[in-house]
Design a binder for this molecule. Structure first.
Ligand code: ZN
Ligand code: ZN
Length: 386
């Protein structure tokens, strides 16, 4: 099955939805208007059941096939980012400081297009749950929906996600088995030494000198502690200390992020940051308070479902346009929580040569809507054969 004729027909209407959503971005869980728009469209399509307010502002639409069978979940995210858009496009954000800079507007349009088609044709045995989640951008919206009973309430057997990928050929697909997106954890360190006159360092415990050693030492986690064949990133992104040129500060504050692709390396990094910081601080007569905040887990694609997803993508665009062994990304994705709760897979769709995600010049590429819609439809029909 190449790109559905119907999906090409759907392109203009899906483009209109996408641009409407793009112009009206909302943040985290505060996606009331977005969720209302999604629910209204699902109603219009004749979707059998629409449930709102799951995980605060999430929406689920249930589409019954021509025959009975299992339920599979297809998920899109709804939230935008706190960012000023600079695209100057006619459909640019109407709200300063908010922007769909991650393409979640396009993700919604693709899933709405698929829902419209599936509700019209119902050429499957079972039920499709279209899942629209809030708060993907650091708000654990996927977890909120799972904790609100998403999987059990609708008896979802498998769950699938999709994200656009700038820099990859428009409408091509990429996937891999196992870890595809990293666990994006945060850490912070507060160093307390002994402040004093800059001319009398011997009477102080200098938190800047100590902090500098800690920053350098943290790089040994990737270089000397983790197995070189297992990826980990430790980036220090903040170092605040001091007030003026002649005072050695009493305190220093360091924070950053750890990215890992498996639990073992993640736990190793968490432990080593604490050990290195505490050891270096103690060696200089200072102390340290350490906080490591686990954000979302590694996004781990289940092997069988990855094959199903790849097959659906190949059916749509052909094997030359589906990379089944793409390198993982060290960015995070909270769809990870859904994959912890049910088997499933997360696929990337190329956005073409556009600005990167989270960049103020980014825009979702409407040309890829038919490929995305066709992928969802193909996947649903293939997983729920009549
Ligand atoms: Zn994002
Ligand atoms: Zn995103």
């Amino acid at each position: 099955m190449p790109i559905l004729n119907r999906a090409s027909e759907l392109q203009s209407v899906a483009t209109a939805w996408r641009r409407h959503l793009h112009a009206n971005p909302e943040i985290l869980y505060d996606v009331e208007n977005t969720a209302a728009f999604v629910a209204e469209k699902l109603q219009e399509f004749g979707v059998d059941e629409i449930v709102t307010g799951i995980g605060r502002t999430g929406v689920v639409g249930l589409i019954n096939g021509a025959e009975k069978g299992r339920t599979i979940g297809l998920r899109a995210d709804m939230d935008a980012l706190p960012l000023d858009e600079i695209t100057g496009k006619p459909w640019a954000s109407a709200t300063p400081g908010r922007m769909h800079a991650c393409g979640h507007d396009g993700h919604m349009a693709m899933l709405l297009g698929a829902a419209k088609h599936l509700a019209e044709t119902r050429n499957f045995a079972g039920r499709v749950a279209v899942i629209f989640q809030p708060a993907e951008e650091g708000g654990r919206g996927a977890l909120a929906m799972v904790e609100d009973g998403l999987m059990d309430r609708f008896d979802i057997a498998e769950v699938y996600g999709m994200h656009n990928m700038p820099g990859k050929k428009a409408g091509s697909f990429a996937i891999r088995k196992g870890g595809i997106m990293a666990a994006p954890d945060k850490f912070s360190l507060k160093i307390t030494g002994r402040g004093g006159h800059a001319a009398e360092p011997h009477n102080t415990a200098d938190t800047i000198v100590i902090g500098a050693q800690i920053v350098s030492a943290l790089q040994t986690i990737a270089a000397r502690n983790a197995n070189p064949l297992r990826s980990v990133v430790v980036s220090v992104t903040q170092f605040h200390a001091g007030t003026t040129h002649n005072i050695i500060p009493e305190e220093a504050f360091i924070s950053g992020t750890v990215r890992s692709l498996d639990e073992e390396v993640r736990t190793l990094a968490e432990r080593r940051i604490g050990e290195l910081a505490a050891g270096i601080a103690a060696a200089h007569g200072a102390s340290v308070e350490y906080d490591f905040e686990r954000a979302c887990p590694v996004t781990v694609n289940h092997p069988r479902e990855t094959e199903h997803a790849a097959r659906a993508a190949i059916d749509v665009v052909g094997p030359d346009h589906v990379d089944t062994e793409v390198d993982p990304s060290m960015a995070g994705e909270d769809f990870a929580f859904m994959l912890q709760s049910r088997p499933g897979a997360y696929i990337m769709i190329g956005n073409g040569d556009t600005a990167g995600l989270h960049n103020p010049a980014y825009d979702f590429n409407d040309e890829i809507l038919p490929a995305g819609i066709s992928y969802w439809v193909r996947l649903a029909e293939q997983r729920l054969p009549r």
